[in-house]
Design a protein around this ligand. Sequence first.
Ligand code: CP
Length: 318
Amino acid sequence: MHGMKHSLVTIANLEKEKIEYLIEMAQEFEKHPNRKILEGRVVATLFFEPSTRTRLSFETAANRLGARVIGFTDPKVTSSTKGETLKDTIMMVGNYADVIVMRHYLEGAALYAAEVSPVPVINAGDGANQHPTQTMLDLYSIYKTQGTLENLNIYLVGDLKYGRTVHSLLMAMRHFNPTFHFIAPRELAMPEEYKLYCREHNIRYEEHEDFNEEVISHADILYMTRVQRERFTDLMEYERVKDVYVLRAAMLAGARPNMRILHPLPRVGEIAYDVDDDPHAYYFEQAKNGLFAREAIICDVLGITLDEVRGDRTIIHV
Ligand code: CP
């Protein structure tokens, strides 16, 4: 099969140079998001799980670059309800499209799809495992707001057990000498496998349960997460932990001027609305950065280089 080589399944496979390269490409697309560099291509978006940002920003990226989009937002309308396997679905869509963007509820589904696919597969989230394109937009957001990815104090808050975005982020940051602080209730603590990953890659981390103004005052990046109701088998446990950490504007009085609040969104209550007008809030801009990061990722998996993007004469000036 030909898809695996160019697929983006896990952030763990991206070297430092590749991350920096994709950030440079995202910068190019932010300067000129509308081009026809993908004219004649077809992008498939297969969403076996709900999404707002990831699907719409991928589809916007494809549309703004001149590609056409096929796909589904709900597997109930596909032949998987008749028993068609993921392998056969991927083989079929690989006959129609040049690249497959897939979100799936099973950990490992993206790797499996990439292994069987004739075209590149982009992992748009597989269960509680990985969300590498979210990580690229997170890294782009961190770079834009801090001017660097190096030597930052990054506080991850909330559901660190099921939150695939924090798992991918800590793996990507291994290249940049971060200090992580994991703030979670015991039930949602960072899983041992990721702490082991930190130790193996010399990533410093501390674990806390306190979340207050003093803790926040040391952060460069405050990365809030939603408690993921859909991953709980025991809803009583969800009710117990869902509102443990709520960020309010009053807690930001001592924050560093450079500190920015990120959240992959959607939020359900962990960031109060009074934070939205605070200059440290960055989560809506972060989501906007997803368009540029995903334009870069689609082009990269299709073999379009940064030099080609820089030399592109198909820019549409609006
Ligand atoms: N951040 C994120 O993955 O959002 P959606 O679930 O809306 O795609």
